[in-house]
Design a protein around this ligand. Sequence first.
Ligand SMILES: NC(=O)c1ccc[n+]([C@@H]2O[C@H](COP(=O)([O-])OP(=O)(O)OC[C@H]3O[C@@H](n4cnc5c(N)ncnc54)[C@H](O)[C@@H]3O)[C@@H](O)[C@H]2O)c1
Length: 258
Amino acid sequence: MRVEGKVIVVTGGASGIGRAMCLRFHEEGARAVAVADIDERGAREVAEATQGLAFRCDVSVESDVVALVQKTERRFGSIDLFCSNAGIAVADGPGGMAASAPNEAWQRIWEVNVMAHVYAARAVLPGMIERGWGYLLITSSAAGLLSQIGSAPYSTTKHAAIGFAESLAITHGDQGICVSVLCPQGVATAMTAGKEHSPQAGDGMLQPSDVAESVIQGLEEERFLILPHPQVLTYMQRKTSDYDRWLKGMRRFRRQFI
Ligand SMILES: NC(=O)c1ccc[n+]([C@@H]2O[C@H](COP(=O)([O-])OP(=O)(O)OC[C@H]3O[C@@H](n4cnc5c(N)ncnc54)[C@H](O)[C@@H]3O)[C@@H](O)[C@H]2O)c1
């Protein structure tokens, strides 16, 4: 799919990867970009730069996501591409036990990193299926394919996001629905500020604009898995070919950071 002439929604569009995608979609000639974020001011700035429309939307609240879809379609027409990109990170709790983050933190990250994708699909899919065409891009992470050292909640929810994206692709592919899942390693954004020497920076930090470039390529090829860091594919292959050896390697890697 080429983004030229398309109506596109980007959640988490006020900052980082979402912002870079909005700017790049506008450059590529998207018909309209709806910039949705809990940070309304940031969304407005990006919408001004892209001649788009800003929406204050908390993606963990289903009625906000429904309103975002309805208002975008009323203003611009059918949504071609919905980028469910907003996400948060939560570190393991004190002591670094994998189960140590408080229940409230687990619940919040589950709502933002997983349920938001379910709400987006529920809101946007019926129209897409009726038209026999539509594209969903879900931002997960390399942590969803591999793991995030120091954050069990992030690893778990990003795995779940990939599981949901697979279900979407399997269930709705024959109805003309394309699905991609974006899985970067470290990207220099607000989320990773001050973490330049952390595990996710192991292969270097990309700029958000590099990720947007990978997204454009992945969308053009209608590829399920979009990997801005190509080495992630090798790591995945190592993991699936010998899980125990991969876990041993991950424990060794973790020791470098404790
Ligand atoms: N930065 C990285 O290294 C990296 C790597 C892999 C995946 N990701 C994923 O990329 C996505 C974007 O992250 P980023 O790095 O650009 O971070 P970022 O913090 O720069 O941007 C995230 C945006 O999401 C918004 N947001 C957070 N909660 C929201 C909510 N409930 N409703 C609406 N908007 C909300 C924030 O206001 C912010 O504008 C996330 O899903 C993140 O998990 C990031």
